[in-house]
Every structure is written in C-alpha cells, then in structure tokens.
Design a protein around this ligand. Structure first.
Ligand code: NAD
Length: 508
C-alpha cells in the first residue's frame, strides 16, 4: 500500500517531524468530518506543549545548515516540489475537497494559486541580493545582506488547507529559514501530504515540520525563545491575540484576520456582468473565503432594483451539492455543523432586524446528503449598517444588498467598516474608478474585478482589522518579512598608524 493511501486511511493523524510522519503521544484528539455527509472520517492529534517544544528544537537544530545552503540549492528543492505538486494535483485536490467540502475545480484552483507562490519562491535568489555602495568614504565600502531569521511558524485557517500555508512556507524556506506549520485541526491532511512531498523533493530533515494541535501548541509557538517569526491567517479576534502575544514576546508577526468585502455597483455598470461576478464572488466556496464579496452596494434605487432582478434567478439556479460529485456543483457544504448553525443564526438575525430575505437558503436539504452541512445561497435586500448581518463576518453563502444614494455614500460606508480586506467597484467610468482606488480604505481593490487577489509576485493583505502587523504575505513583503537586513561597512586601505579617527569616517 502506498504512503498516500496510508495517510488517507490512517485513523489518527499525527505530526510531521524530521522528514517523516510521527505519531503523537497526546491523549487529546479532534474529530475530522466529511462536511458533505456529516460523517467522521478521521481524527487528529492535539499535540502537547512538550511535543511542540520538541518540534521547535528540531527546527532550530536544522537551521544552521539550511541557512548556509546556497539560495540556488534551496530554490532547486522548491523547483522539484513544484513538479511533485503538479504530478499529485488530483490527489491533493481530492484531499482538500474531502475534508473542506469545496468543489474539486475550486480545490484545484486553490492548489494553483499556492503553486504560484512556489514559482515565485523559486526565483528568490534574485530578491536576496543586497545593495552595495562603493567608496562611501576613502577606501570604505558598504553593503547589505538579507539574512534568514531562524525558526518561523505558520498558523492557518480551515478555508484554504493548501493555499494559505503556501503563502508562507515556500518564501520562508527559500529565504533560508526553517518552518513549523500548525494546520487547522479541521483540515490537516493536505498539509501532511505536502510535507511528505517536500521531503521527496529533497528538503533536509527538520527544515519543515508540522505540529497539529490547538491553542496549547499555538501558545508555545508564540512564546518560545527559539521562534523568531509567526505568520497567522484566521479570524480577527485570534489574529489580534496572536499579534499582541507574539509582539510581547519579541517575535515578528504578520496576522491576517477576517473580512467584510463590499462590491459597489454604479448606475453605469453592465449589470449582467456585475450580477455574474457577484454570484461567484459571494457564493463560491459557500462564501467561506476571506475575499468573498458579502455586501453588494448598488448606487441609486434604480440600480438596486435592476440588480436584485438579475441576482434573484441566478442565486436560485445555484447548483449545490457535495464537492466531489459527478454533477458539476457550484458550491459545497459549510465546514461544520456548528458553522452551519452559526450561518443560519445570522440569517434568522437578519430577518429579526428587518432586512428583506429575498432568497432563503436555510431549509436546503441535498438529496442523498441529508446529514451534510449545507446552506443554500441566501440573499438579503435593504440591509442597513447597524445590522449584525452587515457589521459581522458571516463566512457563509449569504449576500447582503446595502443600498446607497451616491458614489460618495458608498465610499463612506466602506471606509467606516472595521474590516478592510478586499473591495470592488463595477463601473464604466474611469474617473470614479480612479477616485475609488485612491480613497478607499481597503488593502486589495478590484475595478471590474470582483475578487482582486494579488498574484504571488505581489503581496496579499488587508487594512484595518483585517491585518495586524506592517507586512503583507508573499511577494516582496514576504521576502522582507522572512529576512533581516545586515549592513556591513568595510575599509581596505593602507593603515596610517599616526591617525586615530574621531570624526565620521565618511567625512574623509
Ligand atoms: P480561526 O481563527 O478559528 O482559526 C485559525 C487558526 O487559529 C487555526 O489553526 C486554529 O487552530 C487557531 N486558533 C483558533 N483559536 C485559537 C486561540 N484561541 N488561540 C490560538 N490559536 C487559535 O479561523 P478559521 O475559522 O479556521 O478560519 C476562518 C477565518 O479566517 C475567517 O475569519 C476568515 O476571514 C479568515 N481568513 C482570513 C484570510 C485573510 O487573508 N485575511 C484568509 C483566509 C481566512
């Protein structure tokens, strides 16, 4: 039986330490479910603090040799990893879909976006070149070195089991760090399989490890002396906790949080195009994307009426079912029963608060998958800024239409929201587009692009309470995050023993 079959059939998933799967001695476990059926399919170990400390020690031991490996050789491991991901794409996508519930094409899309970061990291030697200035003083030269930090850790959410870890570890490793990943306890299998592929690609033991667990493990990573930097992606309360605790313990932190992304539809927009764009952006992956559009903001009553008219039949036509299926479904189930109940709770709340529920997905039952965690595409109209369905992140297939009178009102509405991850404007007018891009207080902006996720060679990150820390993920910010600059100033000239220097050396 192949190793990959072992992984799928393994009842209890453990850790990945020193280049191999490692069973955990912890008694604490979390159940893993297939969200399309509601059946438990495996369990994962919630490692102890002691196990986490042991993984950190191994990562610290592996650091000196890996950091001294030439950047070209490090990149070559990633080139081989890229090939292995491509070769095993179907299997990895099936693992994602089975644990997360998203459709297979969506799972492949996620793998592809992650792969783009691997491709970016393959070219990192070019970005690790320092700067040099000759003759800053007589016989004095200066140059900078981009040096790795040491042990870095990543703590990731359930909604992108492959892509979010791949925002982090390819860049961290290519820069010469060792890396410890703490996957979401709901979807740990894909990360474990990627760890195995990294070893197959030639990554030395201890350079990449996985420690499965919950807050107990996270708290060790946040406070341990030998962890230099932490990348986090997840909900805002946890992101804030990670940032505050990690900073208080002297770590470098980038912590990406939750979102409430608005799409403004101007009266001059092509409304068929806008409605089609909204459908994928709001309901793709059942709305469990940090860049999902959850609020549509039509400008003017007429635009709002026409938009609702176009959206209604489209939302009603959504094909909902298991992610792995013969029929090409548009979206799958939510991640867990608790999360489905939370999303249904928000829909109930929206009705109580007086929003108009145009399409109600609460009662959806998928034939043959009666125990699955499905919620149908839901659409609210007349949502107002003081309602919980507007203010809070629902993270489900629920689109709220929040009507405004003018373009200025739309900009003010978005700028007043606590989150600032992504946003979009649909228009034919270049002036509004330009103004929007300049004045909107959001980190990632789309003009006629509903989900403006930056490419791997740019950086990904929101503003306001969607990101804690100064640096975004991957791209140039990723390289800055995972390296520390050292400046060297050197003099190579004849020694004149009669002169000590009491002024600045560059004065001469
Ligand atoms: P989550 O915050 O519950 O969990 C994220 C990670 O933190 C997991 O690994 C989890 O084990 C750990 N964790 C949870 N509670 C913790 C605690 N009290 N102390 C320490 N660690 C803890 O998030 P989730 O439900 O897995 O993911 C969904 C959230 O992630 C949404 O809010 C979504 O917007 C956000 N997200 C943001 C981005 C982004 O780029 N900004 C991307 C993807 C997801």
């Amino acid at each position: 039986m192949s190793q990959q079959m072992d992984l799928i059939e393994m009842e209890t998933l453990g850790n990945f330490v020193n280049g191999a799967f490692a069973a955990s001695s912890s008694e604490r476990k979390a159940a893993i479910y297939n969200p399309a059926t509601g059946q438990q399919i495996a369990e994962v170990t919630l490692s102890s603090a002691e196990e986490a400390r042991d993984v950190i020690k191994k990562a610290a031991d592996a650091f000196p040799a890996w950091s001294q490996t030439s950047p070209l050789k490090r990149a070559r491991v990633l080139f081989r990893f890229k090939e292995l991901i491509e070769k095993n794409m179907d299997e990895l996508a099936a693992l994602i879909s089975k644990e997360h519930g998203k459709t297979l094409p969506d799972a492949k899309g996620e793998m592809t976006r992650g792969l783009e970061v691997v491709e970016f990291a393959c070219g990192i030697p070019h970005l690790l070149k320092g700067e040099q200035s000759m003759n800053v003083g007589t016989g004095v030269d200066s140059w900078s070195m981009m040096t790795p930090l040491g042990v870095c850790a990543g703590i990731v959410p359930f909604n992108f089991p492959a892509m979010v870890p791949m925002w982090m570890f390819p860049v961290a490793l290519a820069c010469g760090n060792t890396f410890i990943l703490k996957p979401s306890e709901k979807v740990p299998s894909t990360a474990l399989r990627m760890a195995e592929l990294l070893t197959e690609a030639g990554l030395p033991d201890g350079v990449f490890s996985i420690v499965n667990g919950d807050k107990e493990v996270v708290d060790v990573l946040l406070t341990h002396d030998q962890v230099e930097a932490i990348s986090f992606v997840g909900s805002t309360p946890v992101a804030e906790y990670i940032y505050n605790t990690g900073c208080a313990h002297g770590k470098r932190i980038q912590a990406l949080g939750g979102a409430k992304n608005h799409m403004v539809i101007m009266p001059d927009a092509n409304l068929d195009e806008a409605a089609d764009a909204l459908l994928g952006a709001a309901y793709g992956a059942a709305g469990e994307r940090c860049m999902a559009i959850s609020v549509a903001v039509p400008v003017g009553e007429e635009t709002a009426e026409r938009l609702i008219e176009k959206l209604k039949p489209r939302v009603e036509r959504l094909k909902i079912g298991p992610g792995i299926s013969e029929s090409a479904n548009d979206m799958g189930p939510l991640i867990s029963k608790q999360h489905r109940d939370k999303v249904v709770g928000y829909i109930n709340k929206g009705v109580e608060e007086g929003a108009k529920l145009v399409i109600d997905g609460r009662a959806l039952v998928v034939e043959g998958h009666e125990e699955g965690y499905f919620v149908g595409g839901s659409l609210f109209d007349h949502v107002t800024p003081e309602m919980a369905v507007y203010k809070e992140e629902i993270f489900g297939p629920v689109l709220s239409v929040c009507r405004v009178g003018t373009f200025k009102d739309a900009v003010e509405l978005i700028n007043a929201h606590e989150y600032g991850n992504g946003t979009a404007l649909f228009t034919r007018d270049g002036k509004s587009a330009r103004e929007f891009a300049q004045h909107i207080q959001v980190g990632m902006v789309g003009i006629n692009v509903p989900v403006p996720v930056p490419m791997a060679f740019h950086s990904f990150g929101g503003w306001k309470r969607s990101l804690f820390g100064p640096l975004h993920m991957h791209g140039p910010d990723g390289v800055r995050f995972y390296t520390r600059m050292k400046m060297v100033t050197s003099r190579w000239n004849e020694h004149d023993s009669s002169q000590s220097v009491f002024t600045m050396p560059t004065m001469k």
